[in-house]
Design a protein around this ligand. Sequence first.
Ligand code: FES
Length: 173
Amino acid sequence: ACSASCPTDAILMHNSTDEQILAQVRAATEMKSEFPLIVAFLCNWCSYTCADLAGVSRIQYPTNLRVIRVMCAGRVDPEFVLEAFKGGADGVLVAGCRLGECHYIFANYSAKKRMEVLQGVLEDIGIDPHRLKVEWISAAEGERFARSIESFVDELKEIGPIGSELLEGHNDG
Ligand code: FES
C-alpha cells in the first residue's frame, strides 16, 4: 500500500515493482481485438482466486478481461490505471478482498480511498469515471464475479470506446 502511494516512488516492492506491473499493463493493451477491453487488477488472495474459481466451476463470463495479479488491491498505483487508459483500455477493474477482510489489514481501505480520488481525477481530465470499477469480493464468490464482469461490459458498451467522451465534448464545444 505504501509502495502504491509513495509520492516520490521511493518504496520499491521486490518482484512487484512499478516497472514490472507497468510492463504487464502495456502488454495487456498492446493488442485490442475486442470491445470493451478491460484491464483488471485482481488481488492474489480474493478476487484472483475468485476468478479462478469461476473458471474451474465453468461459470461463463465475457472474455474482455486482461488480468494482472497483484498481491493486494492496495498495491494498485493510480499510475497503473492511467497507463491502462492511455494504452487504450475502455475500462479498468480494481478488485480486492471484502472490506475488513484484506490480508494486509487496512490496505484495501487505502485502495478504496485512492480509487475514489482517482475517479474524481478521471472526471477532471474528461474520462468518464464509470470506466473505473472497484469491487470487493471474497474468494468464494465466483458467480458474483462473473455477473459483475457482465454488467461492467454492458456499462462500457453504453459509454462507448475510450476517448468517445472527449470527442463528444469536442463536438459540443
Ligand atoms: Fe486482497 Fe488486500 S489482500 S485486497
